[in-house]
Write a protein that binds this ligand. Structure first.
Ligand code: ATR
Length: 279
């Protein structure tokens, strides 16, 4: 659809940004729902985020997605924030439509929808192991706890980051933090990899008896091939090993809903992206 002066404009800001799939995802959502909108990927200088947002707003932009390394800055910039963004300490969606800068975080709901709706996993009463204690993990803990799992263990290479994060969320459910070497040696129902290890082709040092054939292994990263974590899980006997492509599309759908008040159909978009990744 050719942009015109009246086209509603959105974008994703990050650094790097060239490989972002968000413009493609949002253009599929727009086409599917008949929305006349433009969505660009904008590379922003590491120290130029605030100015880039101001310019985008002044030029009539209605909303932004924000990715690495600007999610914490976006949180600070927002004049008002959703409860889930407040807890996440990070903002991945900005909405300017009400005349002020509203910040939301759709990552956690994206993960939960992918697990529960796309993969039919029940989280209530389950024992969940979450690997990593950085921003990516912090963003998903509250929505996971809302599903009332029996227990969430956060395990991290640097143990104290995991214990601090668990303390921060202790009032929202049964959650513990520890080092990777302290993980109880019993099978978990679900293991979520929220570390950056897959980027380097690494797998966090997790005891192999955490996993059995009924464990679901979920990597928040995605790639055309199985990630190192997924390959490891498969080798340990897991029958279900999933990547984070569905989470990416679901978080985008929630941003789209915030901006356009319409819920796009995600299954066809996930399938189309998967197909293109394998082409
Ligand atoms: P993000 O915002 O993407 O979460 P981050 O805040 O830099 O990024 O956090 C990266 C996470 O991946 C951390 O939990 C990190 O562990 P440390 O806190 O010990 O640094 C984890 N991580 C990165 N590479 C790892 C590896 N090779 N093995 C295990 N954990 C790794």
């Amino acid at each position: 659809m050719a942009p015109s002066a009246s086209t509603d404009r959105y974008a994703v800001m990050g650094n790097p940004i060239a490989h972002s799939k968000s413009p493609l995802i949002h253009s599929m959502f727009a086409q599917q729902t008949g929305q006349h909108m433009q969505y660009d990927a904008l590379l922003v200088d590491k120290d130029g985020f605030e100015q880039a947002v101001a310019e985008f707003r002044q030029s009539g932009g209605l909303g932004l997605n924000v990715t690495v390394p600007f999610k914490q800055q976006a949180w600070s910039l927002a004049q008002e924030r959703s409860a889930r963004a407040e807890l996440a300490g990070a903002v991945n969606t900005l909405d300017f439509s009400a005349g002020q800068c509203f910040g939301d975080n759709t990552d956690g709901v994206g993960l939960v929808r992918d697990l529960m709706q796309n993969h039919q996993l029940d989280l209530a009463g389950r024992n969940i192991l979450v690997l990593g204690a950085g921003g990516a993990v912090r963003g998903v803990l509250a929505p996971l706890l809302q599903q009332q799992p029996n227990n969430i263990i956060i395990a991290n290479r640097t143990a104290n980051k995991a214990t601090e994060l668990a303390e921060l969320f202790a009032s929202y459910g049964n959650i513990e933090g520890m080092g990777l070497d302290a993980i109880p040696t019993k099978p978990f129902d679900l293991i979520i990899n929220g570390t950056a290890a897959s980027l380097q082709g690494d797998v966090p040092a997790v005891p192999t008896n955490c996993i059995n054939d009924s464990t679901c292994a979920y990597d928040m990263m995605y790639a055309a091939q199985a990630t190192a974590f997924m390959a490891w899980a498969q080798k340990q006997g897991a029958q279900k090993y999933l990547d984070g492509l569905g989470m990416l599309v679901e978080q985008a759908a929630e941003s789209f809903y915030l901006w356009r008040k319409l819920r796009p159909e995600t299954a066809a978009v996930i399938a189309s992206l998967r197909e293109q990744m394998h082409a």
